[in-house]
Design a protein around this ligand. Structure first.
Ligand code: NAG
Ligand code: NAG
Length: 210
């Protein structure tokens, strides 16, 4: 049997599924590091399917909840936001939010007044991929560094970079590093996710009705 014209209810459901799937954004940041030195600049961008949805950047810090870029912090530029001088109190969770309240992934940023940061991925690492962590000072990213996970020493890397090949869920955890006679970084959480299953309603629509 050929189904040229799906019933009206089916069309309505599919249209709402389509608008649900297109109403998405993902947050990217530059520099792509979950830790920053105080005084560094930082920019955030909502990569959206539908700019008319009015995506804005928001954050939670220790003393603000859901404040919007431009509202006491940051300089908005379309669906991006620039912060020219990060302060330690700008540490927190950042995300994009549409006018209707849809949200993107969120990103946790730690700003330190200390001498060492751990550069770790801001987005979850896929299982099977390599994870590279860099321990650095403001001026150098190749000093010998000690790396720690969940409080336990892992190893010393002579050039400040530690790569874990083919990560699995067990590599997920709280990482930090230490550079001898300079200092220690704050800790940052690294998450590992499984293979993403993307269910595309548009292709299933085509499969069902063609
Ligand atoms: C921001 O803070 C509010 C209040 O604590 C909380 O409900 C919300 O989940 C937080 N948002 C994120 C993305 O962490
Ligand atoms: C925001 O920062 C980016 C990257 O640093 C820069 O290219 C862009 O011009 C800045 N935008 C504004 C509005 O300042």
């Amino acid at each position: 049997m050929l189904m040229d014209d799906p019933p009206l209810q089916v069309q309505t459901v599919l249209i709402s599924l389509l608008s649900f799937t297109t109403n998405q954004a993902s947050l990217t940041v530059s520099p792509s590091s979950s830790q920053l030195f105080k005084g560094e600049s930082f920019s955030l961008s909502c990569e959206e399917d539908d700019s008319s949805a009015g995506w804005t950047l928001r954050r939670n810090t220790s003393d603000e909840i859901r404040t919007q870029c431009g509202d006491g912090w940051g300089r908005p530029a379309g669906s991006s936001c620039n912060i020219s001088f990060m302060l330690t109190r700008h540490s927190g969770v950042y995300w994009c939010e549409s006018r209707e309240g849809a949200t993107s992934n969120n990103i946790t940023i730690t700003v330190t007044g200390g001498p060492v940061i751990l550069q770790s991925p801001v987005l979850p690492v896929m299982e099977g991929e390599d994870l590279t962590l860099t321990c650095r000072t403001k001026t150098s990213s190749n000093l010998p560094a000690d790396f720690y996970k969940d409080g336990s020493f892992i190893r010393t890397e002579p050039a400040g970079h530690m790569t874990i090949h083919h990560v699995s869920r067990s590599d997920e955890g709280l990482y930090k590093c230490h550079i001898s006679s300079v200092g220690e970084s704050p800790p940052s959480w690294v998450s590992v996710t499984g293979e993403e299953v993307i269910f595309d309603f548009r292709s299933s629509f085509i499969q069902i009705f063609t």
